[in-house]
Design a protein around this ligand. Structure first.
Ligand SMILES: *Cc1c(COP(=O)(O)O)cnc(C)c1O
Length: 392
């Protein structure tokens, strides 16, 4: 098989229905949405129709949605924007140890600009420790930023409780919901969220376009200054085709949420069950209940994740490992270390993220390939040999 795609947490295939909706905004309605002639006005109304769709799905007002270039920009805008605009109230920010780099690196950068960052820990399933969070809160805490669902292990955080705690202390609550949007139902008011990031390419929309919800009344500075677009909060000629695609992808994701999730969860559980049956010495990472439908993360002991990925690639399978080696560093994932895995176990981890286009045949193929590859790699491993000796 070719291009058996199990890396849906990294990005997803564009839904062809989304592409069809986008095409007119490349080909005919190419006006600048700020222009006063009809070609511009038509682009502008597509923009506002898209904003309406997004706001209805998140349960907020249209003027609380800002379009951006993606999840990273949305996270940066929320965190930097709120930090800079509220620094007179305090300079303390709380986040977690398992955030995406878009949040972690932003906080790290702020820590060099006079802000102080606290990192709340997580338990072995990846849930943040609410007691510790409460204890970290100070007089000068202005922002709590905790992700909605983790991109590596799929654990869904107690967002509503975090928001409640934040609001009891008059602290803003930002959530990076890039992994959750499109597969989990979200109502920003019910969840006590003040700002939320999402990105179209994670739910079968186009790459390079995202949105940021910011509750009315929450002060934040723009990251990108220039023209008056997005209520002066995000300058730059709007990516109309991308935004139309984002809205359409979001609409389709929520119209078809239940049926897609049911199918995806079935495939996921089947995959996990078969691997448990057929491969010994594994550990399934992340919570099994409060989990993103498509996420699986398994540590295969005595195996290097990179070896696993290369062998899977030879079989046409795309997946992701539990270490950042592929991105040029030898450190195991900060998320897997935060849930308590040893370096060795973290290194042998494989994230298989299932999406709406995956089939049972593909999952069967993946399982057969994995069984063969894991056996072969283990048989070449001195660590495994030593371990078997010890077991005797
Ligand atoms: C993918 C991802 C991002 C980054 O989004 P981009 O649109 O790729 O910039 C941020 N946070 C999480 C949790 C993600 O999964």
């Amino acid at each position: 098989m070719e291009n058996v795609y199990f890396d849906n947490a990294a990005t997803t295939k564009l839904d062809s229905r989304v592409l069809s909706k986008m095409m007119p905004y490349f080909e005919s309605v190419y006006g600048n949405a700020s222009a006063i002639y009809r070609l511009g006005r038509n682009a502008h109304s597509a923009l506002e129709d898209s904003r309406k769709i997004v706001s209805e799905i998140l349960g907020c007002n249209q003027d609380e949605i800002y379009f951006t270039s993606g999840g990273s920009e949305s996270d940066n805008t929320a965190i930097r924007g709120i930090a800079y605009a509220n620094k007179d109230k305090g300079r303390h920010i709380i986040t977690s140890k398992i955030e995406h780099p878009a949040v972690l690196e932003t906080c790290k950068s702020l820590s060099k600009e006079g802000f102080e960052i606290s990192y709340v820990s997580v338990d072995e399933n990846g849930f943040i420790d609410l007691n510790e969070l409460q204890n970290l809160i100070r007089e000068d805490t202005i922002l709590i930023s905790i992700m909605f669902a983790n991109n590596e292990i799929g654990t869904i955080e107690p967002v509503k409780e975090i928001g409640k705690l934040a609001h009891e202390h008059n602290i803003y609550f930002h959530t990076d919901a890039v992994q959750a949007v499109g597969s989990v139902k979200i109502d920003v008011n019910d969840l006590n969220v003040d700002s939320l990031s999402l990105s179209a390419h994670k739910f079968n929309g186009p790459k390079g376009v995202g949105a940021l919800y910011v509750r009315k009344g929450v002060k934040f500075n723009p990251l990108i200054t220039g023209g008056h677009q997005e209520k002066k909060k995000r300058a730059g000629t709007e990516n109309v085709a991308g935004i139309v695609g984002l809205a359409e992808a979001l609409k389709l994701a929520y119209d078809e949420l239940d049926e897609n999730n049911e199918r995806i969860i079935k495939l996921r559980d089947y995959y996990l069950d078969e691997i448990k049956k057929r491969i010994p010495y594994i550990k399934i990472n992340g919570d099994l209940e409060k989990r993103l439908p498509g996420n699986t993360n398994i540590s295969f002991r005595f195996i290097e994740g990179e070896g696993l990925l290369l062998n899977l690639d030879n079989k046409g399978i795309c997946a992701s490992s539990g270490s950042a080696c592929t991105s040029g560093s030898l450190d195991p994932s900060h998320v897997l270390l935060a849930i308590g895995l040893s370096h060795e176990v973290a290194h042998g981890s494989l994230r298989v993220s299932i999406g709406k286009y995956n089939t049972k045949e593909e999952v069967d193929y993946l399982i057969d390939c994995l069984v063969e590859i894991v056996n072969r790699l283990r048989n070449m491993s001195p660590l495994y040999e030593e371990f078997l000796e010890g077991e005797k």
